[in-house]
Design a protein around this ligand. Structure first.
Ligand SMILES: Cc1cc2nc3c(=O)[nH]c(=O)nc-3n(C[C@H](O)[C@H](O)[C@H](O)COP(=O)(O)O)c2cc1C
Length: 202
């Protein structure tokens, strides 16, 4: 089986968080879809709530504290990314945006990304298309066509039409297909010698 890594970024603030619930359902569906393609997906979930102070310190000082640096490295080294934000004031949350503000501008280039959001009302579902998709487009990520939006009503007993579940499986399948298409992600070492040591000695 091929081995690949999936990083899941969840920006929910509540505890328990509906954003985290959606993130977990998406990653479980991605693991299943990847397994069907002969890929063992190793999942690492990052709760931005735990990194909120570090993200602000990084913005103020220009240096990431250790835990944030580790999360940023995980994102850069991932073969695929699931990014889930709560909708705040008709867009992604400030915490979600601030995290991606400190991700290196080249870290997501050609990386498959599945975008998703939770919200109080279905009226703001297009925030995925007018806010999250352009953000990841700017970062040159490959955002899969299906985005997954879950309003409060989608979690209720009345939502048994399976619409949300269908989109979760479709988005996760598209993500697994993109991961399958690619070689494992590699991260360029900024300290690597570009000239051999022998040539340097000459
Ligand atoms: C400051 C704030 C602004 C919000 N703005 C919106 C909004 O514009 N549209 C909407 O549908 N829901 C809005 N919500 C509701 C959240 O998107 C929703 O409760 C979300 O699922 C919370 O995610 P969590 O449970 O992971 O914290 C807002 C919530 C907060 C706290």
């Amino acid at each position: 089986m091929k081995q690949r890594t999936l990083v899941v970024v969840s920006a929910g603030l509540s505890q328990p968080s509906s954003t985290r619930l959606l993130a977990d359902q998406l990653s479980a569906a991605a693991v299943t879809a990847a397994a069907e393609r002969g890929i063992e997906l190793h999942v690492r979930t990052i709760e931005l709530r735990d990194l909120a102070h570090d993200i602000m310190n990084h913005l103020l000082t220009g240096f990431p504290p250790v835990a944030l640096k580790e999360a940023l490295d995980a994102v850069a080294g991932a073969d695929g990314l699931i990014a889930v934000s709560p909708i705040f004031t008709a867009s992604y949350s400030g915490l979600f945006k601030s995290f991606f503000d400190v991700v290196d501008k080249d870290a997501l280039a050609d990386k498959p990304v599945l975008i998703a959001a939770t919200a109080g009302t279905a009226r703001h579902s297009l925030a995925l298309e007018h806010a999250l998709r352009p953000l990841f487009g700017y970062l040159r990520a490959v955002v899969v066509p299906t985005s997954v939006f879950a309003a409060s009503d989608d979690w209720g007993a009345d939502s048994s039409d399976g619409f949300l579940q269908t989109r979760i499986v479709r988005g996760a399948t598209e993500l697994a297909t993109e991961i399958d298409r690619r070689e494992p992600a590699t991260v360029a070492d900024p300290f690597a010698l570009t000239v051999s040591f022998e040539d340097l000695l000459k």
